[in-house]
Design a protein around this ligand. Structure first.
Ligand SMILES: Nc1ncnc2c1ncn2[C@@H]1O[C@H](COP(=O)(O)OP(=O)(O)OP(=O)(O)O)[C@@H](O)[C@H]1O
Ligand code: SF4
Ligand SMILES: [Mg+2]
Length: 343
């Protein structure tokens, strides 16, 4: 992949919340690349900063109390970290689209599907109402909605959850975005519908070369659709690799725990493994590895020093001292090695 293929590059992104209880570094130095045509997953338990990362890209973090305090959000070479609201309005729903877990909250119950789709399309593209309606019907066909000519005049509550999510995908794809951010897009749906929606996203990604940043806590979803995976823990990236590498051979103790807690179809384990303890609330000036209190491999160093990302070669990185001992390359050097491999 060439460097010019990079659609999105988060570089040391920090997004903090300034609350009465103190400053919370919800996103604490996150770097992630997404290339054209690539599906990159962000995984991790609840509260690790997945949504705040994606909302930061769109400038949708509630402010106050939230704010991007440092880092870059490079989108096709433009740093959006300091973009004006006027600029973001042009980008949102046009060059970058976002879909959320519950489509009902994104669809207005008072307007028909056609009204909402038409308006979204006409916001960014010069078209008559009639043309926008035709385009909406085409988009509904593309996401395999049956009877699109009838559905277009229905209201959101007349559709099933799976149908509403298809409508949301149709809307988000109608302006041919270069990047689609999907935050738990299938979590509210039952398993069969979930698989259909993921298939649909995959085929749109293939057909239009749209880059997708997919946020999920579900490794099953990752296995279904992602090319590469970033594992987050407590506001930081702890591991990165291809989907196959991460699922088959996780390196970071936290990723190992996540994979072990996946239900295995062939093994009749009596009790499902779960990582002991819970994700700590991010705090400023934390000392040591954030995962240390829950880590079965923790040793003295882990409690007194913060591990850097170690490069394990082949674009894999792991934030764990075990890889210092195994000869992983540390810090900036590792990050340079990474970008050399990537570019
Ligand atoms: N409005 C807010 N005010 C204060 N802190 C917040 C706010 N929203 C998020 N946070 C903090 O940011 C952290 C990360 O939240 P985020 O929503 O990104 O988690 P997540 O990984 O998306 O979790 P989930 O899987 O539950 O959606 C939370 O643990 C919380 O401490
Ligand atoms: S640095 Fe130490 S505590 Fe952290 S994940 Fe590695 S072994 Fe566990
Ligand atoms: Mg979330």
């Amino acid at each position: 992949m060439s460097h010019s293929d990079v659609v999105l590059e988060l570089n040391d992104l920090h997004t903090h919340f300034f609350t009465d209880a103190g400053e919370i570094p919800a996103v604490d130095g996150v770097s992630i690349n997404v290339h054209k045509g690539e599906v990159v997953g962000i995984v991790g338990e609840s509260g690790c900063g997945k949504s705040v990362t994606s909302l930061s890209i769109m400038h949708l973090v509630p402010r106050p109390p939230g704010r991007i305090v440092n880092g870059e959000i490079n989108f096709k070479g433009e740093n959006l970290a300091h973009a004006t609201e006027a600029r973001m309005k042009k980008i949102r729903g046009n060059e970058i689209s976002m879909i959320f877990q519950e489509p009902m909250t994104s669809l207005d119950p008072l307007f028909t599907i056609g009204n909402q789709m038409g308006e979204a399309i006409r916001l960014h593209q010069k078209m008559s109402k009639k043309e926008a309606r035709r385009k909406s019907i085409d988009m509904l066909k593309l996401v395999e909605i049956p009877r699109p000519e009838a559905i277009i005049d229905e209201y959101p509550h007349q559709l099933s959850g799976g149908m509403r999510q298809r409508v949301m995908i149709a809307m988000s794809m109608s302006c041919d975005p270069e990047l689609l951010i999907a935050d738990e897009p299938t979590t509210a749906l039952d398993v069969t519908i979930q698989a259909q929606i993921l298939d649909l996203m995959r085929s749109l990604n293939k057909e239009k070369d749209t880059a997708i940043l997919l946020i999920t806590h579900d490794l099953g979803v990752v296995a279904e659709i992602c090319d590469r995976v970033t594992v987050m823990y407590s506001g930081q990236v702890v591991e990165e690799g291809t989907m196959r590498e991460i699922l088959k051979d996780p390196k970071h103790p936290y990723s190992k725990g996540l994979i072990r807690s996946l239900p295995k179809i062939h093994e009749r384990e009596q009790k499902l493994y779960s990582i002991p303890g819970t994700v700590p609330k991010p705090k400023m000036e934390r000392i040591g590895c954030h995962f240390a209190p829950r880590c079965e491999f923790a040793f003295d160093r882990c409690f007194g020093e913060s591990p850097k990302l170690y490069s394990l070669g082949n674009n894999r990185v792991s934030r764990c001292f075990l890889y210092d001992e195994k000869g992983g390359k540390e810090g900036a050097e590792a990050e340079n090695a990474e970008s050399t491999i990537r570019s």
